[in-house]
Write a protein that binds this ligand. Structure first.
Ligand code: EPU
Length: 432
């Protein structure tokens, strides 16, 4: 198993280009199951989750060809297996997004329940509620969701849950509704840019979806969808991770390709901490302050601060002057990084869904264990600034969502490398 080794204390300088958004690419790839024509998707990040989903689509009868510069050509078959087994779905929850397209296109689907993961319970009741409202007959048995519908029918659906909207729930229901008979209205739809991106792709395939990016989606069902060519939006979470990496090392980096309009809440919070973001859309210069100001933040559905940046903000605030409170409203148990940050000298305490952070003047390197994708990123950020050597174990999490992270950070001057565990560890891979 590989590890990342970082020698901390080097200021990041230069330019970094942001890759395509993983969380937009994954549901868009599953949307290709809605047609048997060829779809060309550009700017797809080269990350393990994309490779895993390509394998799953292959099992479902699609031909997936990966080309240069994030180009992916997907051609699904009109018929084929409608089963996504446990061994696939457990590796990546986003593969549950094949349920809506399979049901709409092949009239039936059998998809393994994804189960919980280290960031929390992660139920799928909203996905099932939405698909049932469209007329699907759904049973959950033996760890599988079996869904069937000779013809889906449009409906008015409220998709809000205890923590607000569901991103992949909205994606699943929207994809199924695209081929339903009549009009579907989804209230409390997720407003994330990745959902808007999926709706734009579906519209290019011939769907009739309006309201994407707002809590009310209107989908007029069509008889069939066709192939399309589409470019994925830049990854706002990767962009913000590099902004925080720059700031934490007191560096000066230009972030290329990020869309400012997707980062409003993040930029507002960063400015409270003292970080200046200058420049224009697609070319953002990060200027770090001498000291970070402590602040409180709450993660919320878009356009709030994303839960996918909670761990990275926690790492940054562990070096702020004073006490900060970070409240997690989406996944109240997503705090596995706290204990590991504390191994590096941070002073963070968990109180229910809150992380209480007492700022310290510096961190010191140590071996740490990554528990999930964003926790891994937070540990890398802390390692960049910690005195001495930090070794991040279980980095397979990182590879699921960050394209060439050590290469990008090295090009900015970080002392970071990937090494093979000499013991040739046979440790079990734990998926999040
Ligand atoms: N929820 C329910 N019922 C459901 C579905 C969700 O109550 O049927 C709850 C969840 O428990 C949570 C909230 O609704 O409290 C939001 O969960 P959501 O369904 O939006 O999460 P997701 O769709 O499974 C996506 C991202 C996650 C990101 C969350 C929140 C993808 C592939 N995954 O997950 O990304 O954290 O939205 O923004 O888009 C990551 O990239 O590291 C990652 C975990």
């Amino acid at each position: 198993m590989e590890k990342i080794v970082i020698e901390g204390g080097y200021r990041l300088k230069g330019r970094v280009k942001i890759s395509g958004a993983k969380n937009a690419a994954l549901p868009i790839m599953t949307a290709c199951l809605l047609t048997d024509e060829k779809c060309i998707i550009k700017n797809v990040p080269k990350v393990v989750d994309v490779a895993t989903l390509s394998g799953i689509l292959g099992e479902l009868g699609a031909e997936v060809e990966s080309g240069e510069q994030g180009r992916l050509v997907i051609k699904a078959a009109s018929e084929g297996s409608s089963t996504a087994p446990y061994d696939m779905v457990r590796k990546m929850r986003a593969s549950f997004c094949v349920l809506g397209p399979l049901l709409a296109q092949r009239r039936r689907a059998k998809v393994s329940l994804p189960g919980g993961c280290v960031i929390g319970l992660r139920p799928i009741d909203l996905h099932l509620k939405g698909l049932r409202a469209l007329g699907a007959r759904i049973d959950v048995e033996g760890g599988y969701v079996r869904a069937e519908a000779p013809q889906l029918k449009g409906a008015r659906i409220y998709l809000g849950g205890p923590c607000g909207s569901s991103v992949t729930g909205t994606a699943n229901v929207m994809m199924a509704a695209a081929l339903a008979r009549g009009t579907t209205i989804i209230e409390c739809a997720a407003c994330e840019p990745e959902i808007e991106d999926l709706a734009n792709f579906l519209n290019k395939m011939g769907a009739k979806i309006s309201g994407a990016g707002t809590p009310r989606l209107t989908i007029e069902g069509v008889d069939s969808l066709h192939g399309a060519e589409y470019e994925i939006i830049p990854d706002r979470i990767e962009a913000a991770t590099y902004i925080i990496a720059t700031s934490i090392t007191k560096g000066e980096v230009t972030i290329e390709g990020a869309r400012l309009e997707h980062l409003a809440a993040v930029m507002d919070k960063l400015s409270e901490i003292g970080i200046v973001l200058a420049g224009e859309d697609r070319r953002l210069k990060v200027i770090s302050p001498a000291k970070f100001t402590s602040t409180d933040l709450v993660t919320l559905p878009y356009p709030g601060i994303p839960t996918d940046l909670q761990a990275q903000f926690t790492a940054l605030l562990s070096l702020a002057d004073g006490i900060s409170v970070v409240t997690e409203k989406i996944f109240p148990d997503r705090f596995m990084h706290i204990a590991e940050l504390n191994r590096l000298g941070a002073r963070v305490r968990k109180e229910g869904p809150h992380a209480i952070i007492t700022g310290v003047s510096g961190l010191s390197g140590a071996p740490v264990m990554a528990s999930d994708l964003r926790a891994s990123a937070a540990l890398i950020l802390a390692g960049l600034v910690a005195r001495g050597k930090t070794v991040v174990n279980r980095i397979y999490h990182l590879d699921r969502g960050y394209e060439r992270i050590e290469e990008k950070l090295s090009s900015l001057g970080a002392q970071i490398s990937r090494i093979e565990d000499e013991r040739g560890s046979s440790e079990e891979v734990i998926y999040a």
